[in-house]
Design a protein around this ligand. Structure first.
Ligand SMILES: [Zn+2]
Ligand SMILES: [Zn+2]
Length: 464
């Protein structure tokens, strides 16, 4: 019986370009191996022109063009505005809907963002949603698993098969006239906001047409592109992973400084619809500060924020995982249920034959290597050999420290059959079943060692 193809309706659909449809019948060039005969077909020449060739020419131009003070100041101010267009607009407003912006703010963000030369809101957000949905997989359009440089710039310089990129839903963006207008008029608006506008401002403002074109236009766009690309590369490469280390996003202050606050990327991938990237007041996140100011001015509303309770839960779980990993590297002694059982008589006989065995809490320890190092002196510890020293170890002679109980556990060699047996196995059960970490290893908390008793206990011979 022929099976019908089942498509799961998960609310997403394949991305349909608004203007041009690619021919889906021919195999895409990205799916063909690169050879000497076809390498130039693999290159995305349009992207190369905008992100490599023009900046290169700009650098040459800058060598022959002195930088004027006003042009420099304007370039920096315009850089910050275009940067915000990307971080507060493209990223946090449109790609993640982490807050709502009024029409004047959306127009400003769309116009400023176009001036960063990073594609339309619609194209950018679609790729970014895919990046979040399929992080580190083959469907991630800029997966860092394909290498640092691929995630930074390679994915734009080399043609990608759009069908490979994980599908996402952009219907909400198609319903925003600002997004649709910007997408349909992208090339014209990009040329205007990237190059014409800064040239005209510097030219009409203080007569520096050439400097405006090179510094406030070409080189400003180049720097802002490289800064944003760092979110895809650097933010998945360097830094801490306080919330989840099962995929690549990381938090680092350097990435935050480079990207107007987008550097707390481990947090961001965990809580993508939070309007913040940095959650501490002292962390650098000017994008968050701007959104907050816009809210005060009535330009932004519905700022989304995860409850601190949820954030702390994630942080604690990751801390617990790190603790478990650290614990696994330590010697906690052989687990009780893996130790052989020894009779009292056998224990006494072995001790008489010269083995330095001591019974404490129903567990037999071989203390031969430790006798000389015993801080309480050789005499006391030697006198315990061949005996049940539970009481003297727990206060009868000296109430040993937590560290002493920990050290003692590394000397375990057997479990004593006899009076303490039931109690010991009950403890063994609790040790193995009740206190396990996520990797199935036993947790021994301070004061919970099997050799520790709350009160000095009578000798084994008197236990019924
Ligand atoms: Zn990311
Ligand atoms: Zn994001």
């Amino acid at each position: 019986m022929a099976r019908e193809a089942v498509s799961i309706d998960d609310g997403t659909k394949d991305y349909i370009p608004l203007r041009k449809k690619y021919n889906s019948k021919e195999p895409h060039i990205a799916d063909q191996p690169m050879t000497w005969g076809n390498w130039y077909k693999h290159i995305n020449w349009l992207n190369c022109t905008f992100i490599l060739f023009i900046p290169f020419l700009g650098c040459i131009g800058a060598y022959y063009t002195p930088l004027q003070l006003y042009t420099g100041i304007f370039a920096v101010v315009y850089y910050a505005n275009a940067g915000l267009g990307i971080t507060a607009g493209y990223h946090r407003c449109w790609a993640h809907s982490s807050y709502k912006a009024t029409l004047p703010l959306r127009i400003y963000l769309a116009a400023a963002g176009v001036g960063a030369g990073q594609g339309s809101i619609r194209w950018w957000s679609r790729g970014h949603r895919s990046h979040h949905r399929y992080t580190d997989t083959v469907k991630d359009p800029y997966s860092v698993q394909k290498g640092f440089w691929y995630s930074h710039i390679g994915w734009m310089v080399i043609k990608q098969n759009p069908k490979r990129i994980g599908r996402t839903d952009v219907t909400d963006l198609d319903a925003d006239p600002v997004v649709v207008w910007q997408h349909t008029h992208y090339i014209k608006s990009a040329l205007f906001m990237c190059l014409v506008f800064p040239t005209v401002v510097c030219g009409l403002g203080w007569g520096d047409w050439k400097g405006g074109f090179i510094y406030a236009g070409i080189l400003r766009v180049f720097f802002i592109q490289q800064a944003t690309f760092c979110v895809n590369s650097l933010a998945h490469w360097i830094g801490e992973q306080p919330f989840d280390d099962r995929n690549s996003p990381r938090d680092h202050v350097i990435t935050a400084f480079v990207t107007l606050g987008e550097g707390y990327h481990n947090f961001h991938h965990e809580f993508p619809s939070d309007y913040r990237n940095a959650i501490q007041w002292w962390q650098y996140d000017p994008t968050k500060w701007s959104i907050w100011v816009w809210k005060q001015l009535g330009l932004a509303y519905d700022l989304k924020q995860f409850r601190q309770n949820e954030i702390d839960k994630g942080r604690i779980q990751q801390l617990q995982k790190k603790l478990d990993q650290k614990r696994a590297t330590l010697d906690w002694g052989t687990p009780l249920d893996q130790l052989p059982v020894m009779d009292w008589d056998e224990f006494v006989a072995e001790a008489k034959n010269g083995r330095a065995l001591v019974a404490i809490g129903g567990v037999i320890h071989d203390i031969a290597s430790f006798i000389k190092e015993h801080p309480g002196g050789k005499a006391f510890i030697s006198s315990a050999v061949g005996k049940d020293a539970t009481a003297i170890f727990n206060g009868g002679v000296y109430n040993h420290s937590n560290a002493a109980h920990n050290l003692l556990s590394t000397m375990r060699v057997a479990v004593l059959r006899g009076g303490c047996e039931v109690e010991v196995w009950k403890r063994a059960w609790s040790e193995s079943k009740m206190l396990m970490d996520s990797t199935g290893r036993r947790i021994v908390r301070a004061g919970d060692q099997v050799t520790r008793t709350a009160q000095p206990v009578p000798m084994v011979s008197t236990v019924s």
